[in-house]
Design a protein around this ligand. Structure first.
Ligand SMILES: Cc1cc2nc3c(=O)[nH]c(=O)nc-3n(C[C@H](O)[C@H](O)[C@H](O)COP(=O)(O)OP(=O)(O)OC[C@H]3O[C@@H](n4cnc5c(N)ncnc54)[C@H](O)[C@@H]3O)c2cc1C
Length: 376
């Protein structure tokens, strides 16, 4: 970000930049530009998370009382922009950005003390068990049964599209604890151990051929009732709170870097240059909206979260198309040592990013939510 005009923020930016230059290991420089998915393998992200955690910077958004750095929104944005500029790998969001805020909000003192430090250190790696074969957009239709038995719940059913479940030792899951009343009224939110007997993980390959998500089967899986977050049958409120963190966020910093990389080597075709310039203008507007959202200016967080999700993911998909067109036939060639990094990842990234307008609630559903929030 080059428009700070604030000596304190300039100094902060310089501090972050110097830290990234010295602390980001050589093999992780540019890891983000080599990645073909927003979900980078923990073998790459966890070593970086540990380095950040040692500096107190693994969770920029967390309040200081839980181990965050206590930054204001501009500092958090600058940090994201500098990490993107350095090409540092993005950390997995499921623990740090999704379940942690709801543990802070709804968790008991014991749950906070147990889980939050383990999320920061990377000792616990989380996956999200929301979607089921019969419940995606209509999430409240979920049917994974949790029947109370003594101090436990006994779980039977299935979750699907569970990103990185094959790496995770923890899952946060929505389960059905009651069939009475509205579907939303019978849902509870559980924190469970992926090593529990009765859990089976079946891989599902993406369009790009990657093993990123899975289907999970639960056969009489026992989960202590003490692992419930919030009240019984009150999990829908927890889930709604969590989804604003999953959808909102900062898309612009990494997209700006991705777009700017397309300008190297310099482009002679004026039409192509104009298309890149148009995306650059879109990204400036997106960045302004993200900063407004972070400051809580003007509107409700759910509205911002849905709008940013649509704008961020659709811009990413247009940049993917540009990258593939520019790479031309080379984009389909087998990558070798001579292939420029941007060219080698253009097609896998294009294929992977088709999912961006589906995950975290499809963009059609986000448009629906925006219409309901604005029009009532
Ligand atoms: C890469 C990827 C990773 C994912 N990771 C996870 C994860 O870790 N954990 C997890 O729980 N889930 C995960 N998901 C699942 C994701 O949340 C669902 O795919 C998403 O909510 C859509 O549900 P569905 O796939 O069942 O599609 P459906 O709900 O069947 O929708 C099919 C189509 O119909 C449209 N549609 C449905 N209802 C409406 C409506 N009312 N109005 C207008 N259009 C509508 C949708 O927009 C979509 O285009 C992931 C998905 C992807 C693609």
């Amino acid at each position: 970000m080059d428009m700070l005009n604030d000596p304190a923020l300039d100094a902060f930016q310089a501090e972050v930049r110097a830290f990234l230059e010295s602390a980001l290991p050589d093999d992780l420089h540019g890891a983000a530009s080599r990645a073909t998915s927003v979900f980078i393998d923990p073998a790459v992200t966890l070593p970086w998370q540990r380095i950040l955690n040692a500096r107190g910077w693994a969770a920029p958004d967390w309040p200081a009382e839980f181990g965050g750095p206590g930054w204001d929104e501009m500092q958090r944005y600058i940090f994201a922009a500098e990490c993107a500029r350095a090409g540092a790998p993005g950390l997995a969001p499921m623990g740090l950005k999704m379940v942690a805020p709801v543990i802070m909000h709804y968790g008991t003192a014991e749950q906070r003390a147990h889980y939050l430090p383990r999320i920061l250190s990377g000792e616990d790696y989380w996956c999200q068990g929301f979607s089921e074969p019969g419940a995606g957009s209509d999430l409240a239709a979920l049917q994974l049964r949790a029947i109370a038995d003594g101090d436990d719940y006994v779980l039977n059913g299935s979750k699907i599209w569970t990103t990185h479940a094959h790496f995770a030792n923890r899952m946060f899951a929505l389960v059905r604890t009651s069939s009475q009343g509205k579907p939303q009224a019978g849902i509870s939110f559980l924190l469970l151990d992926m090593a529990s007997p009765g859990i089976t993980i079946e891989p599902i390959l993406t369009l790009a051929g990657d093993h990123e998500f899975n289907q999970i089967f639960f056969d009489d899986v026992r989960v202590p009732q003490a692992n419930r977050l919030g009240g019984e049958n009150e999990g829908w409120s927890v889930a709604k709170h969590l989804l604003t963190f999953e959808r909102g966020g900062r898309y612009a910093p990494s997209l700006i870097e991705r777009l700017e990389r397309l300008r190297t080597p310099p482009i002679s075709d004026p039409v192509l240059r104009a298309r890149i310039d148009r995306e650059a203008i879109n990204l400036t507007a997106l960045q302004a909206l993200e900063l407004k959202a972070m400051r809580g200016v003007g509107s409700n967080p759910a509205l911002y979260a849905s709008a940013l999700k649509i704008l961020g993911t659709e811009t990413a998909q247009r940049i993917d198309v540009l990258a593939c067109e520019m790479a031309g036939h080379d984009a389909w060639a087998e990558a070798d040592g001579q292939t420029a990094p941007g060219v080698a990842v253009a097609v896998p990234r294009y294929l992977n990013d088709r999912a961006a307008s589906i995950y975290a609630g499809s963009n059609e559903i986000q448009r629906d939510l925006i219409a309901r929030l604005i029009l009532g």
